[in-house]
Design a protein around this ligand. Structure first.
Ligand SMILES: *Cc1c(COP(=O)(O)O)cnc(C)c1O
Length: 425
């Protein structure tokens, strides 16, 4: 569920008319809904309440300090993948014991900073990384805990660019190697290897890969325990589906139905690292129509946001529902699906101003007729939207706005041209 709805033909974020935000902040702008974040978070929490569960929100989905503060306030932990995200988590007042650090290429500086910050677990991806972590714990005199990232060789059936849990990826180690890993490193005095981490990739559309991965990993945990290794936690990562097209993804309750029975009574703490499933439809990218153009028998709608602002369509061929912020009543049946009642709609390509042919948001998409100056909402843009934005074509990063009930506030100013060159000598 989210809180972007049409009232009398005008798009509202909670109780704020989107047009009001555009008038005051300009476009392109990311607009997030606090109630949506709370709703999604609480649903996950409730669904997994039966187990000793810690939700570690994945910062890379949307890392604005103000967003992270909401999560910290809810008692959420954080999944970080860099020193920069560690810094963000600290700035947001995160409980460091609830921070897990993943990634195949952690630098010594990043690891040392995380040790000093006292994070909960390092998610370890290779033997070399474990040995280096031990070295750094000795150097700093700070002991820590680690989870081994295991690659269960399960295909989440998502886009190949965001699949991480299959055998031939750079992430984790396979199940056979995991046993040897524990035999070699599982009784270390400095790094307590006491957990298993699995992250299958992003954007799964069914719960089956999660059930399958859990079923594959539990026997490993039994075996390891049988050999005297203490396994206290299983981290099932993120990648849970987000509702990009209505009713096509499982809910938190669906995931829990598949996973909780497998883990019940196992004396395992559970960590979840959701990103997209909380943030994706908690945000929209609002853009303005600059020009309409006919090219051959195609109609182009050229907007003021580009692939530098939201790269998911170009990068993953991702679908984003796009709809005008102001519509005639007859178009308010909007269901955010590709299967629209196409009567009265026009087929258009919605493209940005960037000098690249891949700078598009939608192709052959049916939308109500629009005019120059109209506002278009690109839905489900709250995750991997702003965090993947760049300054390509010397375009300043867009502003970010957080809506809470009747109020909205700018949580990140639009970059200026001065900002663009401020680090250049
Ligand atoms: C990216 C990532 C996540 C979050 O994935 P979502 O698809 O946004 O839920 C969780 N854990 C790890 C290790 C990740 O790399």
């Amino acid at each position: 569920m989210d809180f972007f709805t049409y009232k009398n033909g005008c798009l509202f974020a909670e109780d704020v008319d989107i047009a009001k935000i555009a008038a005051s902040v300009g476009t392109p702008v990311y607009i997030y809904s606090k109630s949506t974040i709370l709703d999604h978070y609480e649903k996950i929490k409730k669904a997994f309440a039966e187990l000793d569960t810690t939700i570690c929100y994945s910062i890379k989905a949307c890392g604005n300090i103000n967003i992270l503060k909401i999560f910290a306030g809810l008692g959420s932990g954080f999944d970080i993948v860099s020193g920069g995200e560690l810094f963000r988590a600290r700035q947001a007042g995160a409980d460091m014991k609830k921070v897990v650090f993943a990634g195949v290429g952690k630098t010594d500086e990043e690891i040392t900073a995380a040790l000093k910050a006292g994070i909960g677990y390092f998610n370890i991806e290779s033997e070399a990384e474990f040995e280096n972590l031990v070295k750094l714990t000795k150097q700093t005199g700070i002991k820590t805990k680690a989870a081994l990232r295991v690659n269960p060789d399960v295909d989440p059936k998502t886009h190949k660019f965001i699949t991480t849990g299959k055998k031939e990826t750079k992430f984790g180690v396979d199940i056979e190697r995991a046993q040897k890993f524990f035999e070699q490193y599982g009784k270390n005095d400095y790094v307590n290897l006491c957990a298993i981490h699995v992250h299958l990739g992003s954007g799964g559309k069914t719960i089956d890969p999660y059930r399958l991965a859990t079923e594959k990993v539990l026997p490993l945990i039994d075996t390891l325990r049988g050999k005297g290794f203490k396994i206290e936690m299983i981290d099932l990562g993120g990648g849970y589906g987000a509702d990009y097209q209505t009713d096509t993804v499982p809910t938190a309750a669906d995931y829990a139905k598949g996973i909780v029975p497998l883990l019940a009574g196992k004396n395992l703490k559970l960590v979840l690292e959701p990103g997209k499933s909380i943030m994706a439809n908690a945000g929209i990218l609002l853009t303005k129509v600059l020009y309409l153009k006919q090219g051959g028998n195609k109609k182009f709608v050229i907007v003021d946001a580009g692939m530098n602002d939201l790269i998911r369509p170009s990068l993953y061929e991702a679908f984003h529902f796009i709809w005008p912020a102001k519509i005639e009543e007859k178009f308010s049946y909007v269901k955010r699906t590709e299967n629209l009642d196409i009567k009265d709609l026009e087929f258009v390509d919605i493209v940005g101003p960037i000098c690249e042919p891949t700078d598009f948001f939608a192709k052959d998409r049916a939308i109500p007729p629009v005019n120059r100056g109209d506002l278009l909402a690109v839905f489900t843009a709250g995750a991997y939207g702003f965090t993947m934005a760049s300054n390509y074509n010397a375009r300043p990063l867009p502003a970010e706005v957080l809506v809470d009930g009747k109020n909205f506030k700018i949580i990140r100013k639009r970059q200026s041209y001065e900002d663009l060159i401020s680090l250049e000598k």
